[in-house]
Design a protein around this ligand. Structure first.
Ligand SMILES: *Cc1c(COP(=O)(O)O)cnc(C)c1O
Length: 359
């Protein structure tokens, strides 16, 4: 079946570009005409080390980072990063700042409480995260770090930029990395799970500035120690070879397209869908206009019954994955880099027809 026959708006794992899927499929049978499957190459051999090195170089190039940063591929997803960040950088008698802007931001705070004190510097929880909280005007310089989530995948809000910070800034960029031009150098560290905008589930990109890495507390088990992973070049244990290869294919695809063009398309896709939600009497946006995400568009229908009918209508038109997260309900359309403009055009035309047909 051709990919275009089903339009996939899932939030993650999510749609990948056709060209990436094609190359990944070929590599499973015969990787680069080596006669070997990518699933069977040794992780310490030249073939995989070349994949690793190219992926690291591309991350630095696309983010505009110098050799002051270490690039790693780790496992355990975003959830393990929520633990590893405080494990490595926070002690019981120390405090880290957190911005509480949504579900995943709050999960990161809960995880950090096991290791030290968390100061929540801003939160929009009281308003059910329907807008971004106010970024703190001043931050205590004694904080070990300040953690925030660039894009709130479930609630559909997104920070427009990465602010400069007096304390080391740690960013969870899982659902919007490489979706727009960003000042990555304002971060002491950032991480992103692969399954949203950067490949398949199984590997997580972790980037840490070397001077921040020097602050890692000693005495951690090696598998949980960023310094050890950096020293071992992400080869402490057997890494997810195939997943890292798929991420490399994504990185090459992003480089070829350029982030400037990707950003332009992402802005056009989101603008088109939000405009239809505003225009169409059957739908309304869940998020305040100045906080809306380009990646995850969250919206409601006029009634529960109408929402159910619209989902059925979409299913009949080959549109999948627009159900909202189980904690929010209604709809969420994820417009990651792999979703073409034509896909959003199709969704908008189905919304339009649904309105015409009487909802
Ligand atoms: C999906 C997501 C996570 C969690 O990723 P897992 O790999 O399921 O642990 C964390 N943060 C953000 C912003 C996400 O979108």
């Amino acid at each position: 079946m051709k990919q275009e026959q089903v339009l996939n708006f899932n939030a993650g794992p999510s749609a990948l570009p056709e060209a990436v899927l094609q190359q990944a499929a070929e590599a499973i049978i015969n990787y680069n005409n080596t006669g070997l499957s990518i699933l069977s190459i040794p992780h310490r051999g030249d073939l995989f080390v070349a994949i690793l090195e190219e992926s690291k170089a591309l991350v630095k190039e696309l983010c505009g980072l110098s050799d002051d940063y270490e690039v790693m591929w780790l496992q355990g997803g975003g959830r393990l990063q929520f633990c590893m960040v405080p494990m490595n950088f926070l002690r019981q008698n120390e405090t880290a700042g957190y911005i509480d802007s949504g579900h995943w931001a709050a999960e990161a705070i809960d995880a950090a409480k096991h290791y030290g004190t968390t100061g929540v510097l801003a939160s929009s929880r009281e308003d059910n995260y329907t807008h971004l909280p106010q970024w703190p005007e001043s931050v205590d310089k004694g904080l070990r770090y300040l953690h925030f989530t660039t894009n709130n995948t479930i609630y559909g809000t997104q920070w427009p930029s990465i602010p400069a910070s007096d304390v080391p800034l740690v960013a969870d960029m899982s659902s919007d990395i490489f979706s727009m031009q960003r000042d990555y150098t304002n971060c002491a560290m950032f991480y992103a799970v692969a399954q949203k905008n950067l490949g398949a589930a199984g590997n997580t990109l972790v980037v840490v500035r070397k001077d921040f890495l020097e602050r890692v507390h000693p005495g951690l088990p090696p598998m949980l120690d960023y310094k050890v992973h950096a020293e071992k070049n992400s080869l402490l244990n057997t890494p997810p070879v195939f997943g890292i290869y798929v991420s490399l294919l994504m990185l090459r695809w992003i480089k070829e397209k350029t982030i400037a063009v990707i950003e332009k398309e992402n802005r056009a896709k989101a603008a088109m869908l939000y405009a239809e939600i505003e225009r169409n009497a059957l739908f309304h946006a869940a998020v305040d206009a100045d906080s809306r995400s380009l990646m995850n568009v969250v919206f409601h229908g006029r009634s529960k019954e109408m929402e159910k009918q619209f989902l059925e209508c979409c299913a009949g038109r080959g549109i999948v994955g627009i159900e909202g997260h189980r904690s929010v309900g209604a709809f969420r359309a994820s417009l990651y880099n792999g979703m073409p403009l034509a896909g959003v055009e199709k969704l908008v035309s189905v919304m339009h027809e649904f309105e015409q047909s009487g909802g």
